[in-house]
Design a protein around this ligand. Structure first.
Ligand SMILES: [Zn+2]
Length: 258
């Protein structure tokens, strides 16, 4: 399958030199177009205050550029919104689920524990990470975080409507239902690790990190132990060379793959 690496939002948070991206995938499959994550969509760009809370706007400093939206990049390739049949989400944080409303015909795949966490958000912090408006009218299909082996990870296979070469690889920790998405591309396996880590150095051997992103990972984590152990497992997978591993927000990883 042909896989395009897109940036669907740019952020300029303080103390992060080079900024951050929203690394999404556009897959041309025999079942139609498939998106992995959606960054920010038209709603966020044209009316940011309606969905993005003040603190997130101040911390993320999003560029809010229409040409970065997934819908713009789909149309630029000669397709329409309706050609996107499926969207797989690593999780429902606002910077990953922003474009959902731009693809009303798509089935949106997410782990059941993630949709539950978002729907039942109780604290102010949870409500701002999971803005309700982003999920209005969205056709969700939920999946349990269980399945078969994939390079030592548990993977959800047989996702209705999707080719066998697209899997969910649960990486719980950043959020309660966070998952990686594995795709077998023309050039081998890719693993979109979402927000399982934030800086490319975290999965290198030996690992490295930068202060602001280490802090971000800590402040946004839901289950610390699982998050930390996932980073170790991803480091092993990367060093095995079995899959190309990348996260959602590292601009250097995106530049290497785009
Ligand atoms: Zn994120």
């Amino acid at each position: 399958m042909k896989v395009h690496h897109l940036n669907c939002a740019t952020f300029r948070p303080p103390l992060v030199a080079g900024g951050l991206v929203a690394h999404c995938l556009l897959i041309e499959s025999d079942r139609g177009l498939v998106l992995v994550d959606t960054g920010f969509g038209m709603n966020e760009v044209t009316d940011p205050k309606a969905t993005i809370d003040g603190l997130s706007r101040a911390l993320l400093k999003p560029a809010l550029d229409i040409t970065e939206t997934a819908i713009h990049q789909v149309e630029k390739r000669g397709y329409t919104a309706d050609d996107v049949r499926h969207v797989l989400l690593t999780h429902l944080d606002l910077d990953h689920a922003g474009g959902l409303r731009d693809f009303p015909k798509a089935t949106v795949h997410v782990l059941d524990s993630e949709l539950e966490a978002a729907t039942n958000a109780r604290s102010a912090k949870e409500r701002s990470r999971y803005p309700k408006a982003q999920r209005e009218g969205v056709n969700f299909q939920t999946h349990k975080a269980e399945g078969e082996d994939w390079f030592g990870f548990q993977a959800v296979k047989d996702i209705t409507g999707l080719p066998d070469d697209i899997l969910m690889v649960p990486l719980i920790g950043h959020t309660a239902g966070h998952t990686g998405i594995a795709v077998r591309s023309d050039n081998g396996w890719l693993l979109h690790a979402g927000d399982a880590y934030f800086y490319r150095g975290e999965i290198e051997t030996p690992p490295s990190n930068i202060f602001a992103l280490k802090l971000t990972a800590k402040q946004t984590e839901t289950i610390r132990e699982q998050r930390v152990s996932n980073v170790e497992r991803l480091r092993e997978l990367k060093s095995s060379g079995e899959a190309e591993v990348f996260c959602a927000h590292d601009p250097v990883e995106l530049a290497r793959l785009a």
